[in-house]
Design a protein around this ligand. Structure first.
Ligand SMILES: O=C(O)C(=O)C[C@]1(C(=O)O)C=C[C@@H](O)C=C1
Length: 361
């Protein structure tokens, strides 16, 4: 070994030792914070504080270390820290290695425990009865629109939106075989549909077969010769199969937004700066009722980011409106708008005020 290499490695060893000592010190402080949180009845998971930590870390770096790797490392440091405060259990729409699982892992890191659920209402009910601490469910996709089961469950169950997460949906072709040996491609019908042009161009002869989930498709591809699956890179890693091609979806910008749901007492009480508030409301059956309800948003210059109607499921042709807008419910302008809504709408349910997450890891 050259003297120069030896010297550089020695310096790396010293840095690693310092890093570990600092990590030990950090985690001990997080444990102390955990004790104060128990004493004060404050929830352990604080997504806005986590975002602040990640932002500060990114801006302190001189750019030598890749930004996305830095965020991932600190996500894991926070995950290990929180797991020493409380072993959190996170329910998600399964099976393992779905995009919802990926979103849940990006939110909570890998030191928490994950539990897969078969349906969205099951996740909500598990959070409500305390079988899991938080639930993660998809709420909208940039191409396919709203996930109705999530909107309906938000009405039916008394939970709060604690955080949101956006994921770029990158479909991968996954197989043990080279491209010219692939005869069958398994995936969920939506994923096959989203990759139609790529498949027609690159695997025109392959049979396309609908599977119950993208992760289930990878399982089949792992066991069956001549087959491939379309799924996430996470699913490929889970089943130890190679990714032959990434990003094969026909529309480049395919995003899904996920919600983290918790019991009302797990919602952080302190208003955060860049927050979004979600409410569901019903309006009276009379001309101008929707406009009357929405007027104060324009008057106060509050930006509405989403409005979506759903049948009330109580009476035919009766609708509920899901509205999301900028600001935290505890700030005076939003509190005033909510007061106005309560005065003019038969039903107003605040679903949560949570930090805006427009970053993709
Ligand atoms: O600052 C806190 O409230 C902590 O509990 C520490 C910490 C962290 O490791 O930075 C851990 C979990 C919280 O969700 C936010 C931050």
């Amino acid at each position: 070994m050259s003297e120069a290499l030896n010297e550089l490695r020695k310096r790396i060893n010293q840095i690693d030792q310092d890093l570990v000592a600092l990590l030990d010190e950090r985690v001990n402080l997080a444990s102390e914070i955990g004790k104060t949180k128990v004493r004060d009845g404050v929830p352990f998971f604080d997504p806005s504080r986590e975002e602040e930590v990640l932002e500060r870390v990114s801006s302190n770096s001189d750019g030598s270390f890749p930004q996305s790797a830095l965020r991932r490392i600190f996500r894991e440091i926070i995950s290990a820290s929180i797991s020493l405060q409380k072993q959190l259990v996170i329910g998600f729409l399964g099976p393992e290695a779905t995009f919802t699982h990926q979103a849940a892992r990006e939110c909570f890191g890998s030191s928490v425990e994950f539990r897969a659920f078969r349906t969205i209402p099951e996740i909500f009910r598990a959070v409500e009865r305390g079988a899991v601490d938080y639930g993660v469910a998809p709420v909208e996709n940039s191409i396919q629109g709203s996930v109705f089961a999530t909107l309906d469950s938000l009405v039916d169950v008394d939970l709060r939106i604690i955080a949101e997460r956006r994921l770029s949906i990158e479909h991968c072709l996954i197989s043990n075989e080279p491209l010219d040996k692939i005869e069958r491609v398994y995936s969920k019908d939506q994923a096959l549909g989203q990759c139609r042009d790529w498949l027609a161009k690159n695997l025109p002869k392959a049979e396309l077969i609908d599977a119950t989930s993208t992760a289930g498709a990878v399982k089949i591809a792992a066991e069956e010769a001549g087959s491939a699956a379309i799924a996430s890179a996470l699913a490929a890693a889970e089943f130890n199969l190679p990714v032959l091609e990434r990003g094969i979806q026909d529309v480049r910008n395919n995003y899904t937004r996920f919600l983290v749901l918790g019991r009302p007492e797990t919602a952080p009480a302190v208003p955060v700066e860049r927050a979004r508030t979600a409410v569901v409301l019903s309006i009276s059956d009379e001309p101008g009722a929707l406009q009357t309800a929405l007027d104060p948003f324009a008057e106060k210059g509050i930006n509405l980011s989403r409005i979506e109607s759903r049948p009330s499921r109580k009476k035919a042709w009766d609708y509920l409106f899901f509205i999301e807008f900028a600001g935290h419910e505890k700030t005076p302008e939003v509190a005033e708008v909510l007061e106005h809504l309560r005065a003019s709408c038969p039903l107003v349910k605040v679903l949560g005020s949570f930090p805006v997450a427009d970053k993709l890891d």
